[in-house]
Design a protein around this ligand. Structure first.
Ligand code: B4P
Length: 340
């Protein structure tokens, strides 16, 4: 299948394009160290990256507009619109069967080597839901990465409270060890009785919705894969909307308008996590810590030792609960019963 081959080539090109872009100065690599922190039955990762203190912090844009940022923020060039810096381009996919055109670009500000993005070729908003084409190309990218022996996962920061900083729709791909991200490890050990129903990881004190994906087969068409992924995504999106509607009044006030949420996609699960706010104010330092999908994968990022200590003393789960939403009662006809 042409698309499958094209995606395998894109994934295969990432290391070489990355090495050249770092050597040529168009990708900035920020070294970091990782500490682990045990909570809620998993080992969270807290990454300390002092070099990021030098990266300018952009104000969070508002993503409601369907117009490209140049239309309403003329001073801001959209980095995910052409003309691209050719040294960041890994490949392009044009797919008439599922009506999706994507460009694959290296992340210009790389904390983990080979971190790349899949952006929509035409402008779409970062507050828009993922389309069948987005989900299918993302999943196929994960399959190609696994087949190449380079496991990774995908994430999408959706909406202006999700930790996103660019308004043009983009999914991100981050290499990781085969054990998976800390929260994915919790999802894997969850006993699922009915694979068609979402579940929540009860050990986490915030609303989180996960659906286990059936294994793919080599005879599966792109259309069939798209149907599976869309069914899962929409089921979880319903729960995100429901969670937002059932928050206590003071938390609803934090989150007006369309829902913001984080999406984690692995070969085994889709996770959706509704968001009440973008940042948590650390008691220890008074700093605002922006949390994106990686935070909800169990991987936090801090920029100095004081922040590291402040995160550990606040507790990762309590930070995630503050920027997420409180768990709400969902009828067991909708959700798998808890096994915990
Ligand atoms: P967004 O969805 O908008 O936001 P983000 O991932 O939270 O990154 P942010 O931009 O807020 O950066 P931050 O300082 O928090 O994604 C935009 C993506 O586009 C980012 O990956 C960004 O780097 C990239 N980008 C921006 N301008 C670009 C351009 N001109 N060309 C190409 N790419 C461009 O974090 C810095 C980096 O660390 C980000 O890459 C972030 O994803 C990563 N990171 C955060 N937490 C991490 C963790 N725990 N472990 C590893 N990496 C982590």
């Amino acid at each position: 299948m042409a698309t499958k081959k094209a995606i395998a080539q894109i994934v295969g090109r990432v290391p070489e394009v990355y090495d050249n872009a770092v050597a040529g100065g168009s990708v900035f690599y920020f070294p970091s160290t990782v500490e682990t922190h045990a909570e809620a039955g998993t080992e969270f990762e807290i990454r300390l990256c002092p070099a990021l203190l030098k990266k300018p912090i952009l104000p969070t844009p508002h993503f409601e507009s369907d117009q490209p940022p140049s239309e309403h923020r003329p001073a801001h060039k959209d980095p995910f619109a052409p003309p691209f810096d050719p040294s960041l381009v890994v490949g392009e996919l044009q797919d008439e069967e599922i009506e999706a055109d994507h460009v694959f670009l290296l992340n210009k500000f790389s904390v983990v080597a080979h971190h790349f993005l899949m952006v929509t070729k035409e402008y779409e908003s970062q507050s828009a839901p993922l389309t069948p084409g987005d989900l299918t190309h993302a999943y196929m990218t994960l399959v190609a990465a696994r087949n190449a022996g380079k496991p990774m996962f995908a994430f999408y920061n959706c909406g202006d409270r999700s930790g996103a900083s660019q308004p043009h729709k983009h999914l991100q791909f981050l290499p990781l060890s085969p054990e998976g991200a800390p929260i994915e490890r919790l999802a894997r050990i969850h006993v699922v009785e009915d694979i068609s129903k979402p579940f929540s990881i009860q050990a986490l004190p915030y609303a989180n919705y996960v659906l286990r994906l059936p294994p793919t087969t080599s005879s599966q068409t792109r259309g069939e894969l798209a149907d599976t992924l869309v069914f899962a995504y929409l089921a979880l999106l319903d729960l995100v909307v429901s969670a937002a509607r059932h928050q206590p009044a003071e938390r609803q006030e934090l989150a007006p308008g369309p829902p913001s949420y984080n999406v984690l996609l692995t070969l085994e699960h889709i996770h959706l996590i509704p968001r009440a706010q973008e940042t948590h104010t650390l008691k220890g330092t008074g700093e605002k810590l922006s949390i994106n999908s990686l935070g909800f994968a169990g991987m936090l990022l801090v920029k100095c030792d004081e922040e590291m200590q402040a995160v550990k003393s606040a507790g990762v789960c309590s930070i995630l609960q503050d920027v997420g939403m409180l768990p709400v009662n969902i009828p067991s006809t909708t959700l798998n019963e808890s096994d915990e």
